[in-house]
Design a protein around this ligand. Structure first.
Ligand code: NDP
Length: 288
């Protein structure tokens, strides 16, 4: 069996076209969704991500603002900027690109963002709402994975989903969303003994590890759907996922390519969250 390579470009294009249409509808009511992105320091990869987010925003008809701050910016200045953006009616989503320099507390920064403008779903209130199933923004990467699974027609309910990685950004919220879709979920991490014995039980395997090509054929059950969240820079400058694509290709039923699937889908959910935040703000204006 050779796996179907999931066509991320096609899925993303269709999704973004819908978002653009809804954005135009909202603009015709006088509200343009706006996203502000703050980046501190010179990390080249982070600058690429921020540029891609801003471009996607503009292509969808949204307003985008990027604040590039020097590495030595005091934490107070970042918090003041967030405070101003919280008050800015033209901005519906605020995102602070990680990683931040060591002298700035990610926790204080995330908690400073207004809950209704937290389009990354990092604020503890939104994380809590996710846990208890209350409405709120979707965690971008995990929600993108769910959309990909639905788009290729995977019936998640009752499936055994194994997530490798337990970070706050990907692994844990991924497990929550799969649970919400009624999968039976197992979460693995660096202290999991005999990883392959567990991942081989997965109908849906999500790799979010940060180690290039570590998931091999022996980790995959024949016919499993394999979703590769990883983005790793190889010494030759090329990108590789956490899954050894060529090794797994003959074993999986579906597999995502890296780059070109989960990454752009993550940005798509960011756009959706910004649109929804603007729709809610517009609704609040109408009802006020
Ligand atoms: P983190 O480094 O925060 O977390 C990695 C997780 O993998 C940890 O839970 C760690 O376990 C686990 N892990 C590490 N080594 C092993 C191992 N040998 N066996 C099993 N588990 C292991 O990374 P992130 O979650 O932030 O990101 C993961 C990957 O996804 C990265 O490649 C990142 O670049 C990519 N990414 C992609 C995005 C996209 O848009 N496509 C968005 C965000 C991230 P432990 O907790 O025990 O340390």
């Amino acid at each position: 069996m050779t796996a179907h390579i999931i066509n991320g470009k096609e899925i993303v294009a269709a999704y973004r076209a819908q978002i653009k249409e809804q954005t135009e509808a909202l603009r015709s009511r006088g509200v343009q969704p706006g996203l502000a992105v703050i980046i501190v320091g010179d990390d080249p990869a982070s600058h690429v991500y921020v540029r891609n987010k801003a471009k996607a925003c503009e292509a969808a008809g949204m307003h985008s603002e990027v604040y590039k701050l020097p590495e030595n910016t005091p934490e107070g200045e970042v918090l003041d900027l967030i405070g101003k953006l919280n008050e800015d009616a033209g901005i519906h989503g605020i995102l602070v690109q990680s990683p931040l320099p060591g002298h700035i507390s990610e926790e204080r920064v995330v908690e400073a963002i207004a809950v209704e403008k937290d389009v990354d779903c990092f604020h503890p209130v939104n994380v809590g709402n996710l846990m208890i199933g209350k409405p709120g923004p979707s965690p971008c990467t995990p929600a993108g994975v769910i959309e990909i699974l639905k788009k290729i027609g995977v019936d998640i309910a009752g499936k055994h989903a194994v997530v490798v990685g337990r970070s706050n950004i990907v692994g844990k919220p991924m497990a929550m969303l799969l649970l919400r879709e009624h999968a039976t979920v197992t979460v693995c991490h660096s202290r999991t003994p005999d990883l392959a014995a567990i991942t081989r039980q997965a109908d849906i395997l999500v790799a979010a590890v940060g180690q290039a090509r570590m998931i091999k054929r022996e980790h995959v059950k024949p016919g499993a759907v394999v979703i590769d969240v990883g983005i790793n820079r190889l010494p030759d400058g090329k990108l590789a996922g956490d899954v050894d694509f060529d090794d797994v290709l003959e074993t999986a039923s579906y597999i995502t390519p890296v780059p070109g699937c989960v990454g752009p889908m993550t940005i798509t959910i960011l756009l959706r969250n910004t649109l929804e935040a603007a729709q809610q703000a517009a609704g609040a204006q109408v009802n006020a």
